[in-house]
Design a binder for this molecule. Structure first.
Ligand SMILES: [Zn+2]
Length: 220
């Protein structure tokens, strides 16, 4: 069987938007599993979702020092596909500059850029790819080897209701499809945000990923 060992499906999960309370809960939970949590955060949230308390770079640096990973999700939470290309590029540039300045040890070439609203257009992906390790756009989340090599990783999400069952159902689909990787985005815990997952559902997801031979945790 040399050369043909069925690889496990790598399961990648990223938590978007940096909502403070959920972020702290998420980090603590992943520490119980001895796994890094992945966060996509906004440099300057401004007026976006004013009812949600967002973290800041002090918190992102603290999370990094605890072993978690913080990736850019936008300079603001603007839908870049709906503004002129030059303006969108300016947002991307400001975002990478802000992370370089504010996030300890940040190196864009090692980072995933997780587009807000998964709104990455082909031309914006083309601008980013020489500057970052990979970009995240929308799609099915089932990634084949060519997708992984392209460094344009599509992911799937679910909301505004609890995405727990949707995610667990997709993990079941992974058993059948056996993709090399599967990529999912979450947005907060226990009702705090759009598409927040119940903490006990998230525990079930982590139990499954860490106990089942079909899966391995993807260090995205
Ligand atoms: Zn977002």
């Amino acid at each position: 069987m040399a050369g043909f060992s069925r690889m496990k499906t790598k399961i990648g999960i990223i938590f978007d938007d940096g909502i403070k309370k959920s972020t702290l809960t998420t980090a603590k939970l992943f520490e119980e599993y001895k796994l890094p949590a992945y966060f996509g955060v906004i440099a300057e949230p401004g007026n976006w979702s004013p009812n949600l308390v967002k973290g800041d770079f002090d918190l992102w640096n603290e999370l990094q020092s605890r072993g978690h990973v913080v990736y850019p999700h936008g300079y603001t939470h603007t839908k870049l596909s709906e503004i002129p290309h030059e303006q969108a590029v300016d947002e991307l540039r400001r975002c990478l500059d802000a992370f370089t300045e504010m996030l300890d040890g940040f190196n864009a070439k090692e980072a995933l850029y997780a587009f807000a609203y998964n709104c990455g257009t082909p031309s914006l992906c083309e601008w980013l790819l020489p500057r970052v390790r990979a970009v995240r756009i929308g799609g099915t989340g089932f990634l084949n080897e060519a997708d992984l090599k392209s460094r344009i990783w599509h992911n799937v999400t679910h909301g505004p209701d609890d995405p727990g069952d949707h995610l667990l159902d997709h993990l079941q689909q992974c058993r059948v499809k056996k993709p090399p990787a599967f990529f999912y985005s979450l947005h907060g815990i226990d009702g705090e945000a759009w598409g927040a997952i119940a903490l006990d559902k998230l525990k079930r997801v982590l139990d499954l990923i860490t106990s089942d031979d079909t899966f391995e945790y993807w260090h995205i």
